[in-house]
Structures are given as C-alpha cells and as structure tokens.
Design a binder for this molecule. Structure first.
Ligand code: SF4
Ligand code: SF4
Length: 388
C-alpha cells in the first residue's frame, strides 16, 4: 500500500480508502451481509487500508434513515480492537438539521453507533448551496469549533457536489477545514468543482478525498467496443479499473481515493492496484483524454447510481431505470437493456410510474432533472417488452 499525507491533518492515509456505502447486503440495502463485509474489512486492513469512510444514512432504507453502515463499522472495529488503528471518517447529515442542537444530537447518535468517543474526520455531508446556507445560519461553525475543542472530532471537513464558486465560498468561510471530499474521475475533470476544486484544495493544503472514482461503475463495466479499442492502443496495458485509479493517483492533488467496495474480489483487486507505483506517460494521458471524449458521446445521463434520490414516494426505481437507459446508450444495444429493464424492474417501478412530483430533485447529487430523464427512459423502452 502507498500512503499520502492528508493535507494539513498530517495524517498518513492509505491512498485507497474503504468506502462503507456499498457493502454486500442480503434481503435489502439495510441488511448488511456482515460475515462477508467483515472478511472484506479484515483483508483490507491486513493489507494496508487505514481509512474507513461511512456516513449516517449509509445502508438505510431511505435518505432520512438511520443507516446500518456506521453501526456495523463500530461493531467491527470494537470486536477486533481496531478503533485506534483506523482513521475513521463519517459525515453529519446536513439535510436533517432544523435547529442548532440537532448537530450535537446527530453527532452523539453517530458516536454511539460507532462505539467510540472520537471521530477522526467529521464532514458535513453532501453540501449543496441550500444546505450550506441553512447550516451556516444554524451556526454550524460554532458547532465545529466545539467539536474540535472537546476532542469528539479531530479534523473537520465537508463533502460537496457543488460547482467551483460555491466550493471556494465554503472553504473561504472557515480556516479550520482540513478535509474535503469531492467527485473526480477522468470523465469529470470539468464537472462540479472538478480539477479547479482540487487545485484550490492543494493551494490551501486542505486534504483531498475523492468519491466516484469509477463513476458508479460506468468506467469499468460494459466497456463499449470503441473504448476498448482505444485502451488497446496504450503504451502500457491496464484494466479499466487500473486506468481509473491510476489516473487519480498520478495527480499530486489527490490524497485519498474512496472506493465503495462490494466484494472481497474488488478489495483484493483495488489493493493490488493501490500498492503499485504506475506512472502514466504523456501519450497515455492523452489517450485517457481521448477515452473521456469518446465516452461523452455515449452518455444518456450523468447518473452515478449513488441512490440519494431514493426512495421515490411513488415507487419508481430511479437508479435502475436510469442505469439501464445508460447501458443501452453506451452499448448501442437497446434490446439487451430492454430485457433487463423489463425483468429486473417491477411493473410499477418503471419510468412510466413517475408522476413528475419533483420530490427527488433536491436530492440528486448530479443535478439531473430526474422526471425529465425518466420520460426519456419511458420513450426509449416503452411500457411493454416488445423489443424483439
Ligand atoms: S418526480 Fe418521479 S421519480 Fe421523482 S419523486 Fe416524483 S414520482 Fe418519483
Ligand atoms: S439520479 Fe441522481 S441522486 Fe439518483 S442515483 Fe442518479 S445521480 Fe444519484
């Protein structure tokens, strides 16, 4: 494993962080397969991962839910006496805050779930312009000062899907930010705060953590033929996962890349890649840019499958509707995706069940007009499976 200094925290973090938002599950998203997930964490830690990132809602049934990820991670660390060996990162559910005392209320719940009396990195979760204005007016900065003074939190930060202007505004508001989590991969250099955000973090010596390194799996699954042909031209042959991670680890403004791993095989593969120094040549950097340009011509929409828009009050399976639509676009094979769309998604969860209530819109991390996209999905697949 290779380690980086996380900005001005002076923490030495494994450059691959364990994201605990896509752990293996059994009957539903809240039902973590603890036996399998424990094996993954054991392997990861034994092989050098020293940062685990979770959040209040991870592995809950819905956005407002009190998820089981923190609880599982707390039990795992406690049972294995690993709490002090691990840099534990979690996030405050900004969207649930209605009054100032709510910050402490949720922090205390999280400390209890995590079975600890301190959190190494505590981030305000998924700050949007609206949520930032709200928590700012609720004196969130006083709360963060108090957390640091009491020792309940060692380092504070935020995760963000905002554009660069807002990222800068939030950063400039508080000199004690030490860590920021933003979305980055070779398709998203100019999306949200992108490269400019990472440059600014570097300038301030604020630690940078990365989410969506594989863009919800899009960069590594169902690789279109045109993309594979480009990869085949590379000076050094790499798998799609290697390209995605090494692109990030070749940047000097990236400290830690979070990967939400779902299987032991993924943990093993990602650690293998994270343990290898792999300098990408100028020619191969240009190839990555060409791959990104080509991918953009295939995009249906920007959904990353984060699931923050779920559950839809009208039962629409937004994530899988958008995913099947995207796969159909990328693969240029509507028939195969239509088969998946009509067999994997229940009758009353398909795109035509959307009533355009727009309740999901504020939750989309990618600012997608979800009902508009679902209308496209409906027009593309129709309401009955008659694609053969
Ligand atoms: S707009 Fe459609 S997908 Fe979004 S919450 Fe309403 S019914 Fe569900
Ligand atoms: S529609 Fe938006 S919030 Fe929902 S899964 Fe896709 S990116 Fe995430």
């Amino acid at each position: 494993m290779i380690y980086n200094t996380l900005g001005n925290t002076n923490l030495e973090v494994s450059r691959l962080g364990f994201g605990a938002m896509r752990l293996p599950t059994k009957s539903n998203n809240a039902d973590i397969d603890e036996e399998e997930a424990s094996k993954m964490l054991e392997y990861g830690i034994e092989n050098g991962i020293n940062l685990i990132d979770t959040a209040y809602p991870y592995h809950s049934e819905g956005l407002d839910g009190n998820g089981n990820s923190e609880k599982f991670i707390g039990e795992f660390l406690n049972e294995n006496s690993l709490r002090d060996e691990i840099i534990l990162s979690t996030k405050s559910p900004s969207w649930l805050m209605e009054k100032k005392s709510d910050f402490d209320y949720y922090l205390d719940i999280q400390l209890e779930k995590l079975q600890t009396d301190y959190i190494d990195i505590y981030m305000l979760h998924a700050l949007t312009e609206t949520d930032w204005n709200k928590v700012y007016n609720l004196d969130v900065l006083d709360f963060l000062d108090d957390c640091l003074a009491s020792g309940k939190v060692k380092h504070v930060g935020f995760s963000s899907h905002t554009e660069i202007d807002y990222l800068i505004e939030i950063l400039d508001e508080y000199p004690k930010w030490e860590v920021v989590l933003t979305q980055m991969n070779y398709l998203d250099e100019y999306y949200q705060s992108g490269i400019m955000g990472l440059n600014y973090l570097k300038e301030l010596n604020v630690g940078s953590m990365i989410m969506e390194p594989l863009r919800g799996g899009r960069l590594v699954q169902n690789i279109p033929q045109e993309i594979q042909e480009l990869w085949d031209m590379a000076e050094v042959k790499r798998t799609p996962v290697e390209w995605a991670f090494q692109y990030l680890w070749n940047r000097d403004d990236v400290d830690c890349v979070l990967s939400g791993m779902t299987s032991l095989e993924q943990v093993k593969e990602n650690i293998r890649i994270a343990s290898k120094t792999d300098i990408i040549s100028e020619n191969d950097q240009e190839l990555i840019r060409e791959v990104a340009r080509t991918y953009r011509t295939f995009l249906g929409n920007n959904c990353t499958r984060c699931g923050y828009c779920m559950p839809c009050p009208h039962g629409v399976d937004i994530v899988n509707c958008l995913t099947e639509y995207n796969i159909a676009h990328m693969m240029g094979d509507p028939k195969a995706s239509a088969m998946q769309y009509f067999t994997l998604i229940d009758d009353d969860s398909r795109a035509d069940s959307c009533v355009d209530c727009k309740e999901c819109l504020p939750f989309c991390t990618q600012m997608i007009d979800i009902p508009e996209e679902l209308q496209k999905v409906y027009e593309y697949f129709g309401s009955e499976f008659d694609h053969f």
